[in-house]
Design a protein around this ligand. Structure first.
Ligand SMILES: Cc1cc2nc3c(=O)[nH]c(=O)nc-3n(C[C@H](O)[C@H](O)[C@H](O)COP(=O)(O)O)c2cc1C
Length: 172
């Protein structure tokens, strides 16, 4: 049984417990690495050709427009074949209630028939938002496992929770 961890994460200015701070590594990246350490498998980082603004407020506006227009930003590279994998963790920040559109740029290119897909979302209060509804839509044919929401400011200290969850999903 092989695992794949697809994630998007943005470093730079972000919102932590009510304050804007600059972080060297994105919250979701920290958590995606915990999943890999817990259950093994391949990590795939979703990376856009056009970078998002480092400035938090500018990025918020970009993300809003992309959601409204259902944009599919171009990625630097794409996974094309996931037939070797059984379990696929899709991890990303909550941007206006769902994953960044760049994650859907990737998901729409893949055949999810027979796969088990799990959502992990980092957020500042919205929890999983609408991301599981959207995974159902963009991963047709997949079975959805139980999702996990981690508050971004708690990413570093979430290791035990993430490990327990990831193991339960691949054994369930
Ligand atoms: C463009 C943008 C939109 C966001 N929208 C939400 C939101 O709707 N709900 C929420 O709880 N947090 C929201 N946040 C906060 C992020 O989800 C949170 O900081 C997350 O942990 C960032 O993950 P990252 O460091 O991996 O990119 C938003 C952040 C950004 C940059």
């Amino acid at each position: 049984m092989k695992n794949l961890i697809i994630y998007y994460s943005r470093k730079g200015e972000n919102y932590f417990n009510g304050k804007i701070c600059s972080i060297p590594k994105g919250n979701t990246e920290i958590v995606a690495e915990f999943i890999q350490q817990a259950v093994g498998g391949d990590l795939f980082k979703v990376d856009t050709v056009k970078p998002y603004a480092d400035n938090y407020t500018a990025c918020i506006e970009q993300a809003k427009l992309e959601l409204q227009s259902q944009a599919r930003p171009e990625l630097k590279k794409y996974l094309t074949d996931i037939s070797a994998y059984d379990h696929i963790f899709v991890c990303g920040p909550c941007w206006w209630g769902t994953f960044p559109m760049a994650i859907f740029s990737q998901l729409e290119k893949l055949d999810f028939s027979g796969k088990k897909v799990m959502a992990l979302m980092t957020h500042e209060g919205s929890g999983l938002g609408n991301c599981e509804r959207d995974l159902k839509k963009y991963c047709p044919g997949a079975t959805l496992g139980t999702g996990l929401a981690i508050q971004g400011a708690h990413a570093q200290s979430s290791r035990n929770q993430v490990v327990t969850w990831a193991k339960s999903q691949i054994n369930g």
